[in-house]
Design a protein around this ligand. Structure first.
Ligand SMILES: Nc1ncnc2c1ncn2[C@@H]1O[C@H](COP(=O)(O)OP(=O)(O)OP(=O)(O)O)[C@@H](O)[C@H]1O
Length: 281
């Protein structure tokens, strides 16, 4: 269980998170949503132990983050950060293999089997010997997903282990740059991990993907939680208008049980004077 209670965070001179209160249970795929700059990545990074000067409380299974040694935290959770820049000429397999560093220095046979399994699941095994820097953006993102999967798994089989209460996966915009097939594949993997007891917290911008895969959505606005709860309760036209300033309709999906968010293109975002200014530019 992850319990974030009244967490506030200041970076530089700016208050980025304000009295944030969220919780997530093992086995849940929770999605963090909100406009650019709302504080999603900062919240994820704070939970990942990157900003330890937070005020309030962050507890994992009843233990305050401050009390969990960094090495233990690294074995409990895997983090996919936004905009990972790697300049050194590592191969794709070496990058995925970095996920195993938290367990031991030298990669043993089991580590190699897990890395191979993760690369195959993300369909990048055939790229394993390529220099990571020469891969396309979407391919790099799939290798990064393989890295966090390799960090999380205890066996080269997604279904072999029950991770309940032991593992947390933090994903910051995991499907950015991926094509539609690999977006679905990556989120299905995250959902499978959740079914094996992993607590998954993912930042997503796409309402459709959030509706399809989340059990709960947490919507942030200017560093505060604007809404959190089941998909149907949070993905409403009113919450989306408040958080994003966009008029949408929320419809019933004709085939699936989740809601469908469509933008109302008739509602213009520009006043006529702003419109003129754009044309002049
Ligand atoms: N190290 C920092 N120092 C000062 N301000 C920061 C720092 N990191 C982030 N911020 C500010 O905190 C706010 C929230 O940033 P954050 O990256 O968490 O937003 P986000 O919701 O993830 O946005 P996006 O959707 O654009 O990724 C932004 O205004 C950002 O400029």
């Amino acid at each position: 269980m992850l319990l974030v209670k009244n967490v506030s965070l200041t970076l530089g001179r700016s208050r980025i998170l304000e009295q944030v209160h969220v919780h997530a249970r093992p086995g849940e795929l929770c999605v963090l949503m909100g406009a650019n700059g709302a504080g999603k990545s900062t919240l994820l990074r704070t939970i990942a132990g990157e900003y330890m000067h937070y005020q309030g409380s962050i507890a994992l299974n009843g233990r305050e983050l401050h009390a969990i040694p960094a090495a233990e935290q690294a074995r409990q959770r895997a983090v996919l950060s936004q905009h990972l820049a790697l300049q050194l000429p590592f191969t794709a397999a070496e990058v995925a293999g970095m996920g195993r560093y938290v367990y031991r220095g030298e990669a043993g046979a089991q580590d190699k089997a897990i890395v191979t399994y993760a690369l195959r699941l993300l369909q990048v095994y055939d790229l394993k010997d390529r220099a990571y820097t020469t891969l396309s953006g979407g391919q790099q993102q799939r290798v990064q997903m393989a890295r966090v999967l390799a960090q999380l798994l205890e066996a080269p089989d997604l279904h072999a282990t029950d991770y309940t209460g032991r593992k947390m996966l933090l994903l910051d915009e995991p499907v950015t740059g991926m094509d539609i097939l690999h977006q679905q594949l990556s989120l299905q993997l995250a959902a499978q991990l959740a079914r094996r007891g992993v607590l998954v917290l993912a930042v997503l911008h796409d309402f459709q993907l959030a509706a399809a895969y989340a059990q709960r959505i947490i919507m942030l606005q200017q560093g505060r939680v604007q809404a959190q709860g089941p998909v149907d309760e949070v993905l409403t036209a009113a919450h989306i208008r408040d958080c994003f300033g966009v008029e949408v309709s929320v419809l019933h999906h004709p085939l699936c049980a989740y809601p469908m968010v469509v933008t109302n293109t008739a509602a213009t975002l520009f006043s006529s004077s702003a419109d003129k200014a754009i044309k002049v530019c």
